[in-house]
Design a protein. Structure first.
Length: 229
């Protein structure tokens, strides 16, 4: 049997210059260390890369907003002006109506197809609903801005007797595609090709200056849809 060779200080036997205390050649040892470090860094890099990759599978904030209720800030919405946002890929309008615009609405009944909003073009269960003003709070009108004829987007034409629309124009929304007309409650006027009023989506007031469109406060109408968009 061969005897193990030991190296000691007392007999002058030292490890050869090309070995480490564990007997490995220094180049091999360095390779092991570098390989381990590279694998560790690679694992960290892969994990870091995976985070944005996995996040890319998740819907973006804007994508979620397209199908979820949306919050609309009306704190800076001046009387007579309108703001537009998107809900379910459709434009939702909030119009801050003037007192004189509200005062004109009851007198238009004999010029409208559905003056009392009997057709289901508004979400049920809207608090303090007024079928003539078609709103919860009188001054703020919330509509889906899509013509009920062929799905075009009407224009906001608030001035009565607009020269382009005639002396009898009371102010409202005009669809230039085929000439449908709506008053400032979104009620369709006689003689328009559009059959129904503009939709009023489910909505509620989160606070004095925030409207949540696309749902009621109790979540009851998140999936509501009108008879005709």
């Amino acid at each position: 049997m061969s005897e193990a060779v030991t190296f000691g200080e007392e007999d002058g036997n030292r490890p050869p210059a090309d070995t480490e205390p564990d007997g490995q050649a220094p180049n091999a040892l360095r390779r092991r260390i570098l390989t381990a470090a590279t694998v560790s860094l690679g694992a960290v890099g892969a994990a870091a890369t995976a985070v944005p990759f996995i996040e890319s599978w998740l819907p973006s904030e804007s994508a979620r907003a397209l199908g979820s209720p949306v919050q609309i800030d009306i704190s800076k919405l001046e009387p007579g002006t309108m703001v537009t946002t998107l809900w379910r890929k459709r434009p939702v309008w909030v119009l801050h109506r003037l007192p004189q615009q509200l005062a004109r609405l009851p007198s238009l009944g004999d010029r409208l197809k559905d003056p009392l909003s009997r057709e289901p073009q508004q979400a049920p269960g809207l608090a303090h609903w007024n079928p003539i003003q078609r709103s919860i709070r009188p001054e703020y009108l919330v509509l889906v801005g899509i013509c009920t004829h062929l799905g075009c987007i009407p224009k906001y034409r608030p001035d009565p007797a607009d020269p382009a629309l005639g002396a009898n124009w009371p102010g409202g929304f005009f669809c230039p595609c085929h000439g449908s007309r709506y008053d400032l409650a979104g009620r369709v006027m006689d003689g328009s090709p559009a059959p129904l009023n503009l939709p009023v989506p489910a909505h509620y007031y989160k606070d004095a200056t925030t409207i949540v469109a696309g749902d009621l406060a109790d979540g009851a109408d998140a999936n509501w849809a009108p008879a005709n968009w």
